[in-house]
Design a protein around this ligand. Structure first.
Ligand code: AMP
Ligand code: ZN
Length: 461
């Protein structure tokens, strides 16, 4: 299996530290508002990475933080006359609901404020080792002391310094230095520290959480590509200066979801929350939409693109429901040649080849469609029950690896199936009036029927 590593800018063969085990960390959201679909991308993409690794029999320990202390949370809390904790609690709850709806597997979700002691310890250690300094209650990381600073983003410290000539903060030794601890300001939450009352800077929380929950070195560290610089660069600088060890072997970054070619973000106001979109399209469609593009490529968000995703997903569902429908009538007698099973298995291999190539979910979805076409051609009323369910389960299993689930009973398609059956029954009883009535009822729902010698199939208009 190959993974593109931002650190080396190459696709590399994946080799975890411990055989059969993967330690994985994903930077989570800052919780001051509902998640938008841009935030949904790392959730869906890295949950799919995890699911695929689990399918490959790795045991995955997956940690994703919630940033619950930050300027934007403080601003919202002050505006609403609430505590930062109240704001964070509310939006963590809402984020977890969105994640569940998107079929994201539960994981370990520490909050920044759970690791204040660990962050203080880390900063103390950096000062002891000469990588950090304190001035007037603020602690800074000395980027010039770190000989590898810039290795993830490919930036060079001299260029960075040259580009930041004007020192905005007189207490900094170098313009590239970043804050590890900031002093208390009225109206902000505060904690005791060796440098007085204050709160931690953003980058330190992920270092402390990784160390506490996963250890000094992990296999995969991930997040959106906006985090490469400065967030992940600064995480590497602190963690590696502190432990003397590499913090992560593979760095994965998802591309942006854009609106009119601009990154969707809360601060720009060009965002749509997951819930707003879920009013028009299902959560399954949102997940499918995200996975239908390779995770490193940009996605342009539009209703039209979601509509395309919806129609594509319906093609898979229609195939599954048709087979499910047929299954009741089929008998056990086996008629298929071995070769037909082998042909079906070929698609599983192709699916794996795509996912093994840097989690190419777009290619993998393409293979699912080829398998659907295979099913539409080869599964019919003359098939054996064994073969029909074999093909159906293959499609379901591949979708399941991508976190796309099909619930026959709960799905609205179940209603369609029932109506189609009622019509078949009516036709058998020569009740043409009822049969036509049902056909029209389905047509009103956007469903077209096709009577074939092997039974009735149905499609979305
Ligand atoms: P934030 O709450 O802004 O810290 O974002 C949480 C996660 O969502 C991070 O991994 C970001 O990189 C990611 N993210 C934010 N906006 C977008 C976007 N428009 N497209 C893709 N990922 C995004
Ligand atoms: Zn982080």
């Amino acid at each position: 299996m190959k993974i593109y590593n931002t650190l080396t800018r190459k696709k590399e063969i994946f080799k975890p530290i411990e055989e059969n085990k993967v330690l994985m960390y994903v930077c989570g959201p800052t919780v001051y508002d509902y998640l938008h679909i841009g935030n949904a991308r790392p959730y869906v993409v890295f949950d799919t990475v995890r699911r695929y690794l689990e399918y490959k029999r790795f045991e995955v320990k997956y940690v994703q933080n919630f940033t619950d202390i930050d300027d934007k949370i403080i601003a919202r809390a002050n505006k609403e006359n609430k505590s930062t904790n109240e704001i964070a609690e509310k939006f963590i709850g809402e984020a977890l609901k969105d994640a569940e709806n998107l079929n994201i597997k539960p994981s370990i979700n520490p909050r920044a404020t759970f690791v204040i002691d660990e962050m203080i310890e880390l900063i103390k250690r950096l000062i002891e080792k000469g990588y950090a300094y304190e001035k007037d209650g603020t602690v800074y990381f000395d980027t010039v002391k770190d000989k590898n600073y810039g290795k993830l983003s490919g930036k060079n410290i001299e260029d960075l310094i040259a580009g930041n000539r004007i020192l905005q903060d007189e207490n900094k030794k170098n313009p590239t230095d970043f804050v590890l601890w900031k002093p208390y300001k009225i109206g902000e939450p505060k904690w005791e520290s060796p440098w007085g009352l204050g709160r931690p800077g953003w980058h330190t929380e992920c270092c402390a959480i990784v160390k506490k929950y996963l250890g000094d070195t992990i296999d995969i560290h991930a997040g959106g590509e906006d985090l490469i610089f400065p967030h992940h660069e600064n995480e590497i600088a602190q963690s590696e200066a502190c432990s003397g060890k590499k913090i992560a072997n593979y760095w994965l970054h998802n591309g942006f979801i854009n609106v009119d070619n601009e990154k969707m973000s809360k601060s720009k106001g060009n965002f749509f929350t997951i819930r707003q979109i879920a009013e028009k399209f299902s959560y399954e469609t949102i997940r499918f939409f995200i996975l239908s593009v390779h995770y490193r490529n940009p996605i342009n968000f539009s209703d039209e693109q979601l509509e395309v995703a919806k129609v594509s997903l319906e093609r898979i569902k229609t195939c599954l429901f048709n087979i499910n429908f047929m299954l009741e009538k089929l008998n056990g007698e086996e008629k298929e040649k071995e070769d037909l099973y082998a042909q079906c298995d070929k698609y599983v291999k192709l699916f794996e080849e795509n996912m093994d190539d840097d989690f190419n979910s777009a290619g993998a979805i393409g293979v699912i469609f080829d398998l659907v076409r295979f099913a539409n051609t080869n599964v019919n009323d003359n098939s054996s029950k064994k073969f029909a369910s074999y093909v159906m389960n293959k499609i379901i299993n591949l979708c399941d690896i991508l976190g796309l689930k099909f619930n026959f009973e709960k799905n609205s398609n179940y209603v369609i199936i029932k109506l189609v059956r009622k019509r078949t029954e009516a036709k058998k009883n020569k009740n043409w009036v009822l049969a036509d009535q049902i056909r029209n009822e389905l047509l009103d729902m956007g469903i077209v029927l096709e009577d074939t010698p092997n039974g009735t199939r149905w499609f979305y208009k």
